[in-house]
Design a protein around this ligand. Structure first.
Ligand code: ZN
Length: 118
């Protein structure tokens, strides 16, 4: 069994995750637009619409989701840079190789499981 992930495989994995994150981000943006449009309509209909608080809540939720996806994208880009610089797959805390299984499950992992749990 290989001691390290093939950089080609890692890059492919990371690009796949990147596409997923971008697709989710686009979906969240579309949902937010729909919520904003709905909130404008409901304000026009009735300023005391009880749905107003639901819309505010949905917007907060969508903002949080967008934030999460941006964080994820940043992590993916950082991981891709680590692949380029050759530091990918090395635990940033104990400097030992991160097990291949962990990298396959969590391609953006910066630490081994032991260090992540600390
Ligand atoms: Zn470690």
């Amino acid at each position: 069994m290989a001691q390290a992930l093939d950089p080609t495989e890692v890059t492919a994995l990371l690009h796949e995750r990147r596409r997923e994150a971008l697709a989710r981000l686009a979906g969240t943006d579309a949902e937010r637009d729909a919520v904003v449009a709905a909130s404008r309509e409901s304000v026009a209909d009735d300023e005391h619409d009880p749905e107003g608080s639901t819309i505010a809540y949905e917007r907060r939720l969508l903002d949080a989701l967008t934030h999460d996806q941006r964080d994820r994208l940043r992590e993916i880009d950082e991981a891709l840079r680590r692949v380029e610089s050759g530091t990918y797959g090395t635990c940033t805390r104990c400097h030992r190789p991160i097990p291949v299984d962990r990298l396959r499950a969590v391609p953006t992992a910066r630490t081994c499981v032991g260090c992540a749990g600390r």
